[in-house]
Design a protein around this ligand. Structure first.
Ligand SMILES: Nc1ncnc2c1ncn2[C@@H]1O[C@H](COP(=O)(O)OP(=O)(O)OP(=O)(O)O)[C@@H](O)[C@H]1O
Length: 261
């Protein structure tokens, strides 16, 4: 049974002028347990919309999302979400931020300590437990947000452009740390990004959405081990293929239109 099953999802918004904006059209996708799937697509195609529907934060106009065979009805502890902005509580230390969900869930203090140590260490924030968000860099804040999500031990993790607001070097480090976390935790991850290189570096499969109304334009398998070289020729080839396909918007274009990407 897939960990996440997206079945015939449609989403139409009504904008402020009362006009219909069809964001998603008949999206069908299964994500296997332990799989890492990246969603890419042109700006405004509906990537975040899809992720929010899977997270139970937004209702679809039609269709259904199943988590381990059960329909998603609103948010749940089984689904962890990481956004571009870590949204930490500024008045709580790193430790208290990571502990927040556990406190709400009523996890006893003894059990909490062990989990806090494990995940703070997993995101390399040892020594920063008692710092406040304002005392951390952007990358460290994202790490704290990821630790907070991991500490809840969700079945799946949904990430919406989690590294897009940090500098390039930090982004590369965070990507590598995420691969290590994935190996340690064997989580199912659905990850939205506009960065094709990030997608092919992280994913088992990359799903390309077409321009609105968005359908699945193409799915690319990345047949490489989880720890891969950024300059692996196959990776670069698939990234170039995705770039070409995004630009074509699903239309056929001459083979040599983009030169030798
Ligand atoms: N609340 C809303 N009301 C009306 N239209 C909306 C609403 N939210 C999103 N949209 C529209 O739906 C489409 C999909 O938006 P969404 O944010 O999901 O795209 P995206 O692919 O994540 O975009 P980006 O790459 O720019 O982050 C866009 O055209 C957007 O303007």
């Amino acid at each position: 049974m897939p960990a996440i099953s997206i079945k015939n999802i449609n989403k139409t918004y009504i904008d402020q002028d009362g006009n219909e904006v069809q964001a998603l059209h008949d999206i069908n996708l299964d994500v296997a347990e332990g799989e890492f799937v990246c969603i890419v697509g042109p700006s405004g195609c509906g990537k975040s919309t899809l992720l929010e529907i899977v997270a139970g934060l937004l209702d679809a106009t039609g269709g259904e999302v199943m988590l381990d065979g059960q329909p998603v009805r609103g948010t749940s502890r089984d689904i962890g979400v990481v956004f571009q902005d870590a949204s930490l509580f500024p008045w709580r230390t790193v430790r208290k931020n990571v502990a927040f969900g556990l406190e709400i869930a009523g996890v006893p203090k003894e059990g909490r300590e062990e989990r806090l140590k494990r995940y703070i260490s997993m995101v390399s924030l040892n020594g920063f437990e008692n710092k406040y968000p304002a005392q951390l860099s952007g990358g460290m804040r994202q790490r704290a947000g990821i630790a907070r999500t991991l500490a809840m031990n969700p079945k799946v993790i949904l990430m919406d452009e989690p590294f897009s607001a940090v500098d390039h070097l930090t982004k590369c480090t965070l990507q590598e740390e995420l691969i290590n976390i994935r190996q340690a935790e064997n989580k199912t991850v659905l990850f939205v990004t506009h960065d094709i290189n990030e997608a092919v570096f992280l994913a088992d499969r990359v799903v390309l959405l077409s321009p609105r109304p968005s359908t699945i334009q193409k799915i690319y398998e990345i047949p490489l081990e989880q720890k891969r070289g950024r300059n692996d020729p196959l990776l670069l080839k698939i990234a170039a293929e995705i770039a070409k396909d995004i630009n074509s918007g699903g239309q056929d274009i001459p083979n040599n239109y983009w030169g030798n990407l």
